[in-house]
Design a protein around this ligand. Structure first.
Ligand SMILES: [Zn+2]
Length: 157
């Protein structure tokens, strides 16, 4: 890091440094894309940027590396986030994202099950109309007594 030859009134403490959110990267090289410099911990709005970055990484279970002054330390996203005031929001966000992902997987599974489940049809068995499922040439239905029956002698209605 080269010292900047700027105005003499700039003390070292006043010197802008790289925004804190730029210290973070996932193992596969994703970052917040930040190139900002700031005199504070974060460039304006970049705490939110880091927050969503850590939530996304956390939800994926990705390991995150923070590099400060050339020293890299790896941890999960929630562990990194715990060092900031918004840490609890990241933890909550990761949980929310995980719940959402689980629900999405559940819906996909339900859709797939629906697709493969045989369609309910009504067919005449003898003189009775029954509702059941047809597989090949076999009709599986529930009779008036609630018993499950199968037959190959039926007439779809
Ligand atoms: Zn930043």
């Amino acid at each position: 890091m080269a010292a900047k030859n700027t105005a003499a009134k700039n003390t070292a403490a006043d010197e802008p440094t790289r925004c804190t959110c730029s210290q973070f990267a996932t193992e596969d090289g994703r970052t917040t894309g930040c190139t900002a410099e700031t005199k504070r911990l974060f460039a304006p709005g970049h705490d939110a940027k880091l927050k969503s970055f850590l939530i996304k990484a956390g939800a994926e279970g990705a390991e995150v590396t923070r590099t400060v002054d050339g020293i890299a330390s790896s941890a999960d996203a929630a562990t990194h986030a715990a060092k900031f005031a918004f840490g609890h929001m990241v933890t909550a966000g990761i949980k929310r994202a995980e719940t959402k992902a689980a629900e999405k997987a559940e819906r996909a599974a339900a859709r797939a099950a629906k697709k493969t489940a045989p369609k309910q049809v009504t067919a005449k068995v003898g003189r009775w109309e029954r509702t059941g499922t047809v597989e090949g040439d076999t009709f599986t239905y529930t009779d008036a007594k609630g018993a499950t029956k199968t037959t190959t002698k039926f007439q779809a209605v």
